[in-house]
Ligand binder design. Structure first.
Ligand code: PLP
Length: 268
């Protein structure tokens, strides 16, 4: 690549197994042609069998990482993943305003409301769910909950297209510009149908459902690919369509690693 690439910032947790979190975000940014930067919120101890525990980074250190890169290098788009605690969420929200990232500023913000790992280990303290709704959703250009997160955030159980649309409306009421209600966890559906909405348009994005147990890091990879496209000036619907193409290919090429759940692939 000639010249300086666009930049993307991920505010998220480290996965020692390299499949999800910061590690998935950075390799996705690289694969999508943007320069990746990180504000690490927590260090998880995990492998393919699951999360064994985590330690949070002090909120002021999370804030300082965001400020350091924004002040000097500039951020063309940002995303949040695992945020762990109310204190970290509040520090992130205040700092994003200071450096003018989020829907009221020029720089797009994707909020992936990570609550638990696919093996069920909590990655967010219970009381922090409310802070995600009130502190981060109103600042977000796009939020990307999966169906478990939709249930936790709204109480809506998505079982079909009607309830998926109800969930989108309930989530938009918290103040993000767009919501992407991901359908990947609706195993009864032969396709993977995601619903993107800004409350005016309801766009269904339909893709194949691949049979693989190796989907570790899939949510992070999708949100990062969307963020990379936003950093390159695509509008939200186009960025989401690009992100969906990226995650489909990553799931198709996911590989075995360890005795548990392998990661989606960046090698294609
Ligand atoms: N670990 C970290 C640091 C994460 O950010 C995430 C998801 O966002 C996970 C683990 C869980 O990933 P998965 O649900 O794909 O296992």
């Amino acid at each position: 690549m000639a010249g300086t690439p666009r930049t993307a910032l991920t505010i998220a947790g480290s996965d020692s197994g390299g499949g999800a979190g910061i590690q998935a975000d950075l390799r996705t940014f690289f694969a999508c042609g943007v320069h990746g930067m990180t504000a690490i919120t927590a260090v998880t101890v995990q492998n393919s069998l699951g999360v064994q525990g985590f330690t949070e980074i002090p909120p002021e250190v999370v804030a300082a990482q965001i400020k350091a890169v924004a002040d000097d290098m500039g951020v063309d788009a940002a995303k949040t993943g695992m945020l762990a605690t109310v204190e970290i969420i509040e520090a992130v929200a205040g700092t994003l305003d200071d450096v003018r990232i989020g829907r009221s500023a020029e720089t797009p913000l994707v909020v992936d409301p990570v609550a638990a790992s696919m093996t069920g280990h909590p990655l967010l303290r219970e009381e922090a769910l409310e802070a995600i709704r009130t502190e981060l959703f109103p600042r977000a250009t796009l939020i990307t909950p999966n169906l478990d997160e939709v249930r936790l955030l709204t109480g809506v159980e998505v079982t079909d297209r009607d309830s998926q649309r109800r969930a989108a409306d309930a989530l938009l009421a918290f103040g993000s510009q767009y919501v992407l209600v991901k359908g990947g966890h609706l195993e009864s559906d032969p396709d993977c149908v995601d619903l993107l909405s800004d409350g005016v348009q309801y766009i269904q994005l339909k893709g194949p459902r691949y049979q693989t147990k190796n989907t570790h890091g899939g949510g992070d990879t999708l949100a990062s690919a969307i963020t990379a496209s936003l950093a390159q000036d695509l509008g939200v619907p186009d960025a989401v369509a690009e992100g969906k193409r990226f995650i489909e290919r990553s799931v198709l090429d996911a590989y075995e690693l360890g005795a548990g759940v392998g990661p989606v692939s960046p090698f294609w």
